[in-house]
Design a protein around this ligand. Structure first.
Ligand code: IMP
Ligand code: MG
Length: 183
């Protein structure tokens, strides 16, 4: 009944302090690179919400934020590549230097779709920032401009990342025990 989330975690991949250091460093780089630009940070819900809320507090230049929610059909551990917009951005993108903020770049199919869609709306520029990157799993030619850290091909949860909508509230990134999603 009262099962503790931590018993489903095989090991901690990134601790709270490692995450904070990583995010602070990304914030410094982005603040330098976007000086004099018109930064709009777009968080892809829901996975990037924890990362976004930490990252934006390390941005030292003026910026705006917005949110977009997409769902890739299928609720398991793999993406289908077919994406539905559940919540669109609130503002037109003309004149903005867009920074798309994601939790993890896996096959890249979801992000490829999102980037093409946003590109078509004519922003001044568009770049991608992902907390985690699983390069081994890539199925399309897409690279992030800012990467917190590369991770091995294991299913990870916490710090916003979920399995079946659970574990997002863990303060660290952990590797989910395979028996949790294979049963
Ligand atoms: P992609 O289209 O395969 O790149 O899928 C990206 C999305 O899949 C991410 O935004 C996550 O929601 C989800 N995802 C991929 N790998 C993981 C993982 O290891 N843990 C949790 N979610 C993941
Ligand atoms: Mg997800």
């Amino acid at each position: 009944m009262h099962n503790d989330m931590t018993q489903d975690i095989g090991s901690v991949l990134l601790s709270e302090s490692q995450l904070q250091e990583m995010v602070a460093q990304l914030g410094r780089r982005i603040s330098e690179d976007y000086r004099g630009k018109n930064l709009l940070m777009v968080s892809i819900l829901k996975g990037s919400v924890v990362f976004m809320s930490d990252l934006m507090r390390h941005i030292t230049i003026p910026c705006r934020i917005d949110f977009m929610s997409v769902s890739s059909y299928g609720s398991g551990v793999k993406t289908s590549g077919i994406v539905k917009i559940v919540k669109d951005l609130d503002i037109p993108l003309g004149g903005y230097d867009l920074l798309v903020v994601e939790d993890i770049l896996d096959s890249g199919m979801t992000l490829q779709y999102i980037l093409e869609l946003l590109q078509a709306r004519g922003p001044a520029s568009i770049k991608l920032c992902t907390l985690l990157d699983k390069p081994e799993r890539r199925k399309v030619d897409i690279k992030a401009d800012y990467v917190g850290c590369q991770v091995p091909d294991e299913f990870v949860v916490g710090y916003g990342l979920d399995y079946d909508e659970k574990y997002r509230n863990l303060p660290y990134v952990g590797i989910l025990k395979p028996e949790v999603y294979s049963k």
